[in-house]
Design a protein. Structure first.
Length: 320
């Protein structure tokens, strides 16, 4: 049985959602272990155990929160030398990418980035990596050991197994030479009521809305459904809405129960970020738009009339 190590990223003492998604895939590949570093690591171990980790290696040294990448690289490199995992999984996030890249260089092995899946094959691991905006998928084999793989958020659905994990103190001393890039300030961007990547319902808008003045219409529908508002790259580039709302290859990946695409044509750059949604509803004037081919339900018509009517119907149902 292969040994799989998951880098459980923490943000301000809380587990990143990508960490639990990785646990779901890791369970399919072998025996699962995790490493959690920084404030909240010990508390996170209980959650990781419920998601299949047999053991969680933890350290709450303040250096992991105060300095960028290098302390975490030291810790994971030392753990790798000791435990010799067959594969190490990271989420494709800014912080994890920096640690994974440094770790690969430190160990003298390769790294597979931006994978959407990972399978055991031929005694090793093969990653599926989308390219050309998701139109094609390449199979990349990890020739070195451990296989270091960065996996896109929302590639898998997190699920609990109900287990418990042994908590092990990592006991790694962070050297002064690794305390270089210091975090001096954290600024939290004002966020939506429901976090886009965690929303169960996402209502996204594209150029078919006609202008930024019509985006509040989507917010009304999302509020009524208890969801969040997203956008296509075209409207973000046009300055209609902030980048934090962008769904797609160069934006956020989402996996809601329902994804409503309003006035979005369905370019590959966008669909790669939402195609794993359980139910896709498209509202578009063009019955031949690419989004219609992947939608579970397509509504042909004027979004500026359809969306307010839909919002009114949802509110009436909720109040009625």
């Amino acid at each position: 049985m292969s040994s799989i190590l998951v880098y459980a990223e923490l943000s301000e003492g809380k587990l990143a959602s990508t960490s639990l998604e990785l646990m779901a895939k890791a369970r399919e590949l072998g025996d699962v272990y995790a490493v959690a570093l920084g404030a909240g690591a010990k508390a996170a171990a209980a959650t990781l155990g419920k998601h299949g980790a047999k053991a969680v290696h933890v350290s709450e040294d303040a250096a992991f929160d105060d300095y960028i990448a290098e302390p975490a690289t030291d810790a994971v490199a030392a753990l790798t030398e000791k435990e010799k995992p067959d594969a190490i999984l990271f989420g494709f996030t800014p912080d994890s990418r920096e640690v994974a890249g440094r770790l690969a260089a430190r160990l003298g092995t390769g790294l597979i980035s931006n994978a959407s899946d990972l399978v055991a094959e031929g005694g090793g691991f093969v990653a599926r990596v989308p390219y050309f905006g998701g139109a094609k998928v390449a199979s990349m084999k990890a020739n070195g050991k451990p296989a270091i793989v960065l996996i896109r958020p929302k590639s898998f659905e997190a699920s609990e197994t109900g287990g418990t994990a042994e908590v092990k103190d990592l006991g790694v001393a962070v050297s002064d030479s690794s305390k270089r890039a210091h975090i001096v300030e954290r600024v939290a961007e004002a966020s939506e009521k429901v976090k886009l990547e965690d929303a169960r319902v996402v209502v996204s808008g594209g150029r078919g809305l006609g202008g930024p003045q019509n985006f509040p219409m989507l917010e009304d529908l999302a509020d009524a459904l208890g969801g969040a508002v997203g956008a296509s790259r075209a409207v973000v580039d046009a300055g209609w809405v902030p980048y934090s709302m962008q769904v797609g290859q160069t934006g956020k990946s989402v996996r809601p129960g329902v994804y409503i695409a309003v006035g979005i044509s369905g370019a590959m750059q966008h669909t790669v970020g939402m195609k794993t949604s359980k139910v896709i509803i498209a509202i578009n004037k063009d019955a031949e738009a690419p989004i219609m081919k992947m939608a579970d339900l397509g509504v042909v018509g004027d979004a500026l009339k359809i969306v307010p009517a839909l919002t009114a119907a949802v509110k009436k149902k909720k109040n009625g």
